[in-house]
Design a protein around this ligand. Structure first.
Ligand code: AMP
Ligand code: GLY
Length: 427
């Protein structure tokens, strides 16, 4: 079978890598892909928003399965388009992708079907929004309604911060239309956890857990980013809490979307907060998490295409997972998530995986003189070991043995989990 992966980031590199090692997959094609995916896929330079071009490519190549990595083409209806031409596609329709594309949509469904989440209100008037903040007090969370690449959320510690964020979204339109409506919600406390499932209608097969680190700097300081590193599994999430989230959050959401006439097909992502009252939803995404994909897919033993094909035929086939822990640390360009330079030379020992560990490329480019940076998140170094602490050591040894001029990374990815794992013992 030929597989088409749409996208160009680290998540798509991990997807292409996973398909590439499946015995059933004859070729992986990516559109547009990236130089860094060269060893696992044939890259065809068609952009994610060129839906006509991607559809023609899928038909010409006789694609047996198309997987869409990022949210933007999903929300824009690429899966609908491919479906119409009978290309088997594992990705939600534009209607179902609203779970991610509109926070208000996701919140309304969660309320209607009693899926546990933070209390909230939606506003488009700055005055009313400010009055609500004054009534509720801080800490409080302000979110742009639409897509903002993971950066449209402000966890305000004071009312002043909340009001400033509201002004930027509703008045200065910092996020354009995405911020023309805001969701203001209760600030949840606890440990965060990402839980995803393979979903087709009401067929739901949960994956293993992962935790992303969204803030730019150590100790969860600094601005929110697309994700600075992740690990899987999350040792401090109990089996009971996982089972609870699988049934009362993921399965319930899939059933709710089907009941609403917009059945979901694809990777359904629940960002959870493990509160004192059990897991609650922070956000749903309509796709694989990034960088969660880079630490979850290396643990998947069942070929990825077999899992997807089974789920798409209505079979709740259990996936086989490695019991090892996998950890990934992102190297980002200095300045990210604000402005940063491109074209910084990268150490070939990093990019060529000379240091035995996989490197999932995100923002890199190959030039005649070698690899250079081409984005904010440059790539992720991953390691797997039966012991999470050992996996951490492997990743950080690799990173500190190469040149990282012009880059930064967090030094505490998975650190709290190691402490928690010691306290809890194996799960
Ligand atoms: P989101 O883009 O919705 O995932 O939000 C980005 C980050 O903001 C999350 O990963 C959390 O760390 C934080 N966050 C979002 N919503 C809440 C909430 N209701 N309470 C506490 N933290 C939140
Ligand atoms: N890692 C969070 C996300 O993919 O949205």
């Amino acid at each position: 079978m030929k597989v088409l992966v749409i996208g160009r980031g680290g998540r798509e590199h991990a997807l292409a890598w996973a398909f590439h090692k499946s015995p059933n997959v004859t070729e992986v094609i990516t559109a547009p892909g990236s130089d860094g995916m060269d060893s696992v896929a044939r890259c065809v330079p068609i952009a994610e928003d060129d839906h006509a071009g991607i559809t023609a490519l899928a038909l010409d190549e006789g694609i047996g399965l198309a997987v869409i990595g990022p949210e933007a083409p999903l929300v824009a209806g690429l899966a609908d388009r491919l479906q119409k031409t009978d290309v088997p596609v594992f990705g939600p329709t534009a209607a179902a992708a609203q779970v991610e594309g509109s926070k208000e949509f996701a919140k309304t469904i969660m309320k209607k079907y009693a899926i546990p989440t933070a209390d909230y209100e939606v506003f488009h008037s700055l005055e009313r929004a400010k009055a609500y903040v004054a009534e509720k007090g801080a800490p409080i969370v302000i979110k742009a309604d639409g897509l903002a690449a993971g950066k449209g959320v402000v966890v305000a510690q004071t009312e002043a911060q909340a009001n400033e964020a509201l002004g930027q979204m509703l008045d200065s339109k910092q996020f354009g239309e995405a911020g023309a409506r805001v969701v203001i919600e209760e600030c949840l406390e606890g440990e965060e956890c990402s839980l995803m499932a393979f979903v087709h209608g009401t067929t739901v097969v949960p994956m293993v857990t992962a935790q992303d680190h969204k803030r730019a700097f150590d100790g969860d300081e600094g601005p929110n980013t697309g994700g600075m590193g992740a690990y899987s599994p999350v040792p401090h999430m109990s089996r009971t809490a996982i089972a609870d989230a699988e049934e009362n959050i993921l399965r319930k959401m899939a059933e709710a979307l089907a009941a609403e006439g917009m059945p979901f097909t694809g990777f359904l992502y629940a960002g959870l907060m493990m509160t004192g009252d059990g897991p609650k939803v922070i956000e749903f995404n309509a796709r694989f998490g990034d960088p969660e994909a880079q630490v979850i897919l290396p643990r998947l033993i069942t070929p990825l295409d077999e899992m997807i094909t089974a789920v798409m035929s209505g079979e709740e086939r259990k996936a086989e997972w490695s019991s090892d822990s996998c950890i990934g640390v992102v190297l980002a360009s200095d300045g990210y998530p604000a402005s940063y330079e491109k074209g910084t030379a990268l150490d070939s020992r990093l990019t060529d995986g000379e240091g035995k560990l996989p490197f999932f490329h995100a923002g890199t480019k190959k030039t005649p003189a070698g690899w250079v940076t081409g984005g904010g998140r440059v790539g992720l170094v991953a390691a797997m070991s039966p012991d999470l602490d050992e996996a951490r050591r492997m990743v950080y040894n690799q990173i500190s043995s190469v040149r990282t001029d012009g880059l930064f990374y967090r030094t505490d990815i998975g650190a709290r989990a190691v402490t928690a794992a010691r306290a809890h013992g194996p799960r």
